[in-house]
Design a binder for this molecule. Structure first.
Ligand code: NAD
Length: 480
């Protein structure tokens, strides 16, 4: 295979030479490494931790979903008492729960190692540091490379004034360790991580308080999609404080004594989870020695082919900015590996789905209504309330909503949002519709099985088209 910059390398030879060096083995890194290997390139994958898979597999998406599954089972069992079937409260064996969650993680990380072996991708363990434009030091080894892909990810942001050294102050990684079930838990940050983990600890029995700086939970998401989630958790949690920040935390043996801004009363908690966002790891691996620009926040700017200012060094995933989501990283990874192999491809996705795996789930793709308004983009909104869905009512999920944003001229789908059970799965159909340029009629005339939650997408499209029969008719003018 002819590879630009590959084959005869001018780079100095070190202990190991790679046509493609990938730094970081999260979903972005391992996908780039495997795709490059499948395209015939020699690949070295460098990872600082013994287990492959990055934050997502080890201490993020996967373990949190295992725990959220358990949380949902507990919450559903509690809810059935309203329908005539009562179960005793859960007996929680924390060690067994942790072991099960860890076993899920281990299966997947082991699977990634197996996939690497099967492709002859050489994995080097150790923190990598660039020492030049074609060289990376890993422990006492030097890897020289023709192309590099930086997939070094991100880390949790720490807040000043909070004693992060105290083991009762947790980031998401600590919270997933499930050291205990605190009686009173404060979650600082009402974004996706904060709310997912709040959901887990609430189901396990903690009394949860959420404090959020913005005027709504999951800022940036449309308020009508957040409302059913807010209403549900407001009924379960001790408190949700919006437009509030933590002023100080004093730690002593009795607990963590917290003062807040505004009129929120001081309170003592056994544990605090800080989930106020993540910051990129761009400043941590000597990219300046390779001549790669890193901005003041630690992001590595790239073009639509994933190239940094140094053409043979690429970057993908959380470290390049945009939504910090595994599926965005894997998409970028494929593009980058193919660009390195000489393919003419660019990042041109029309939508990147976002999902909060809370109860209920919240998901959206493409334009949000907030963005359409802010950017003055012509749009129509068509919403279908799940109160009119037989499947939703029979699942005790009537609080849901499916909403489509339609471009008035072309009738094309430009965005979608769903709140309710399985929203994270249901959003996929609208993502495909968006990519394929579907219009409202396409969605409405696609026969969906009845009764399903997926029907709500077609019903929302019928709302857009004015053909909906599962809702009351629009009021007619006096002349009909
Ligand atoms: P986030 O940016 O989504 O949310 C952080 C929240 O903290 C925001 O609502 C912000 O307003 C609030 N905040 C900031 N400073 C605060 C302060 N001092 N006091 C109170 N609130 C404050 O960040 P996150 O939830 O930590 O997640 C990090 C990244 O990981 C995000 O990009 C997220 O999309 C991604 N992630 C995605 C998933 C998923 O797809 N299901 C799951 C976890 C994380």
């Amino acid at each position: 295979m002819s590879v630009e910059g590959g084959g005869e390398s001018e780079a100095p030879q070190g202990d190991v030479h790679a046509q493609v060096l990938v730094l970081g083995s999260g979903p972005g890194g391992y996908t780039a490494a495997f795709r490059a290997a499948d395209l015939g390139l020699d690949v070295v994958l460098v990872e600082r931790y013994p287990s492959l898979g990055g934050v997502c597999l080890n201490v993020g998406c996967i373990p949190s979903k295992a725990l959220l599954h358990v949380a949902k089972v507990i919450a559903d069992a509690q809810a059935t008492s309203e329908h005539g079937v009562s179960f005793a409260g859960p007996e929680i064996d924390l060690d067994a729960l942790r072991a099960w969650k860890d076993s899920v993680v281990k299966r997947l990380t082991g699977g990634v190692s197996g996939l690497a072996k099967a492709r002859r991708v050489q994995v080097l363990e150790g923190g990598g540091r660039f020492t030049g434009p074609h060289a990376l030091a890993v422990g006492d080894k030097t890897v020289t490379f023709d192309h590099a892909v930086v997939a070094a990810g991100s880390r949790a942001i720490e807040l000043p004034g909070i004693p992060h050294d105290d083991e009762r102050v947790m980031d998401s990684t600590d919270a997933l360790e499930l050291a205990d079930i605190p009686k009173r838990l404060l979650v600082v940050g009402g974004g996706i991580i904060g709310l997912e983990l709040a959901c887990v600890y609430d189901a396990l029995g903690s009394e949860v308080t959420v404090v959020e700086l913005a005027d709504q939970l999951i800022p940036g998401c449309d308020p009508d999609l957040v409302k059913p989630l807010h209403q549900r958790i407001a009924g379960r949690y001790a408190a949700i404080h919006l437009e509030t920040r933590v002023e100080s935390v004093k730690a002593d043996e009795k607990g963590l004594y917290v003062t807040f801004t505004g009129h929120v009363a001081d309170a003592t908690f056994e544990r605090i989870l800080v989930a106020v966002g993540r910051e990129p790891n761009g400043g941590d691996m000597g990219l300046d020695a390779a001549g790669v620009n890193v901005d003041e926040r630690g992001f590595v700017p790239v073009d639509e082919r994933g190239r940094t200012n140094v053409e043979h060094i690429h970057a993908i995933g959380d470290v390049v900015g945009g939504p910090m989501l595994a599926h965005k990283a894997t998409y970028e990874a494929r593009i980058t590996a193919e660009v390195i192999a000489g393919h003419d491809v660019i990042f041109d996705a029309r939508g990147i789905p976002a999902v909060a795996y809370t109860d209920p789930e919240v998901a959206w793709v493409g334009l949000t209504e907030l963005q359409a308004r802010e950017r003055d983009i012509a749009h129509e909104v068509a919403s279908f309330p799940w109160q009119a869905s037989g499947r939703a009512l029979s699942m005790n999920a009537g609080e849901g909503l499916t909403k489509l944003l339609i471009e008035p001229q072309t009738r094309r789908l430009i965005g979608a949002g769903i709140v309710g059970a399985n929203a994270g799965e249901l959003i996929a159909e609208t993502g495909l519709g968006l990519e394929m340029g579907a219009d409202a009629q396409d969605l409405g005339l696609t026969i969906h099985a009845h009764p399903t939650l997926s029907e709500t997408v077609a019903f929302a499209a019928e709302v857009a088209e004015g053909t909906i029969t599962d809702l009351p008719p629009k009021r007619r003018s006096p002349r009909g």
